[in-house]
Design a protein around this ligand. Structure first.
Ligand SMILES: *[C@@H]1O[C@H](CO)[C@@H](O)[C@H](O)[C@H]1NC(C)=O
Ligand SMILES: [Cu+2]
Length: 358
């Protein structure tokens, strides 16, 4: 109770400046401009969605309407979604936190197969292709958002190499948990992208509906950051790891410099849609083991996920063809679960969060 009142006080101090927008897309490191991005519009563009029963939970306010462009994405390539507080050049600087204001929480990315990405309304099934939740610590701990901030707002995702080709919506999401100790307090920052997957295979992952997959009282949505915990259940389904299933072991090494943060609780009001579809939510178990602490805060965590009963174990490669990342593709970094070798070029460290085939 005390922690909650303190949080409420803290949350009322700052303005809307800590809100943020996913607003850029790169494919294998090449910026795609904005023509295939359903950018949130208007003075409330960077405000969160808070009602998970609203259709806005799909692609944000106004996001059911498409834009003209479709970005071509070879299956198996690395796409980068990028978040900043506003669209201004100053706020796109790496010196400005991608999402500030102690907006800690998971970063997740979903995809949905559609017949035409320029008109799709996001009502079909979504499968998850990326998730980074709690990395270490508690109260508030180090989260996917902190890793994203340390990587200048960039989040790198491997598009599963076996996906059936064609149009897809990509839905990037931050769930800020600073006010999630109360129902409908979690803040969803969402942007959808329109892509055309080329190459690939015939995989058609099953998915969940939005609204439907999230409930206001899901443990990962109704969550108190300001207490102790050692794991966090990611909302929604587990990450799709390729048609053969299998087990995935990810080792995360993190160095995050802490910055002073302010908090905001300004939210946009949205109208819930009349229909709410319930579906099953699977949570992911994660174990987080802190290790050595040096002058910078260094932690290591190991996450093991088992998605299907196994006879064989596959590790480190997710949805990859096994031939390695393409030229300019990602081949390593914190939170990276894709190929760590290069089909072309040499895997070169850019920073702790991004190694690239050059
Ligand atoms: C998607 O890619 C396929 C195959 O490369 C191409 O034939 C089709 O025109 C593309 N569709 C769009 C909408 O870009
Ligand atoms: Cu905010």
């Amino acid at each position: 109770m005390k922690a909650q009142s303190l949080a409420v006080v803290a949350a009322s101090i700052a303005g809307a400046s800590a809100h943020a927008i996913f607003q850029k897309l790169a494919v294998n490191g090449v910026d795609q401009g904005t023509s295939c991005i359903r950018l949130p519009q208007g003075p409330s563009a960077n405000f969160p969605v808070t009602l998970v029963s609203s259709n806005d939970i799909r692609c944000n306010v106004g996001g059911s309407t498409g834009v003209s462009g479709v970005c071509s994405v070879p299956a198996g390539s690395t796409i980068t979604v990028e978040m900043h507080p506003t669209y201004s050049a100053a706020d796109q600087s790496c010196d400005v936190e991608a999402i500030g204001g102690a907006h800690h929480g998971p970063v997740q990315v979903y995809m949905q197969k559609v017949s035409d990405a320029t008109t799709a309304d996001g009502s079909g099934p979504w499968f998850k292709v990326y998730a980074l939740g709690l990395i270490s610590g508690y109260n508030p701990g180090t989260w996917g958002t902190d890793a994203m901030n340390a990587n200048c707002g960039k989040v790198n995702i491997v598009v599963p190499s076996g996906l059936a080709p064609g149009n897809y919506l990509v839905r990037a999401e931050v769930i800020a948990l600073h006010a999630a100790f109360q129902p409908n307090g979690a803040q969803f920052y969402i942007t959808c992208y329109q892509i055309n997957v080329t190459g690939g295979g015939s995989e058609s992952p099953s998915g969940v509906l939005l609204p439907g997959a999230y409930n206001p009282t899901d443990p990962g949505i109704y969550w108190n950051l300001y207490t102790s915990f050692n794991s966090y259940p990611l909302p929604g389904p587990t990450v799709y790891t390729g048609g053969s299933g299998g087990s995935k072991t990810t080792t995360i090494q993190t160095t995050v410099s802490l910055k002073t943060m302010t908090t905001s609780a300004t939210v946009r009001t949205t109208t819930p849609s009349s229909t709410t579809t319930k579906s099953t939510t699977t949570t992911t178990k994660a174990t987080t083991t802190p290790s050595t602490t040096t002058k910078s805060i260094t932690t290591q965590s190991t996450t093991t996920k088992t998605t299907t009963p196994l006879t064989t174990t596959r590790s480190t490669t997710t949805g990859g063809s096994g031939t390695g990342s393409p030229l300019y593709g990602q081949c390593g970094g914190i939170g990276w679960t894709g190929p760590t070798n290069c089909a072309q070029g040499t895997c070169t460290v850019s920073n702790a969060y991004f190694s690239q085939c050059l």
